[in-house]
Each structure stands twice: as structure tokens, then as C-alpha cells.
Design a protein. Sequence first.
Length: 107
Amino acid sequence: MINQYKNKKTLILRIWNHTLESVLSFFYFSQNKPKSYRFKKYFSTEDLEKIESAVSKSEILHKGEIKVILESSLPIFKIIKGLTTKQRAEELFSQKRVWDTEENTGI
């Protein structure tokens, strides 16, 4: 069994939540993730604007280039495989080539 889950109920609940998100997101014919059901549940348009503004302001103070990746659901096979939050972040940052910036200062 996957180490990060204390019991089967927690794992089943997580799989159910991600399955529900996948089904509900299917009805959005846009690749615009902020329109997905779970994404809107946690982040308003105002929240996203605040995040973008905070990142832009902070980048003025240092050489780092900050990338924020928000994901509303995981593929179920990754949950069953036991992928940790840190591992998923590393995977997404690699896919998005976060560190491939002009001065290699991606954060």
C-alpha cells in the first residue's frame, strides 16, 4: 500500500475526488484550467490576479524568475503509484522547463 496514506479510506477518497474533477472538467471544452470545477472552488479570478501581481513585484527585487504551477487534479495512476507532492512538483517543473531561464534562475 502507498506509504503516505494511513488507511484505504483516505486513498479511495483522494481517487474519488480526482475522478470527479476529471469528469466535471471534461465538460469544459477549453484548455483554460482556471475554468475547471475544482480550480474555481479554490481560486477566484481575484486570487489568481493577486498571485500574479505578487510574483511580478517580487521579481523586481531579485534575479530569480518565479513560476507558479497550479494543478486542480492528478491523473489517477499517479495517485495509486503513490506520487508525493514534491515528486509531482519536480515532474511539472521539469515538463515546464522552469530552470531554463536566461540566467538559469528559475524558481
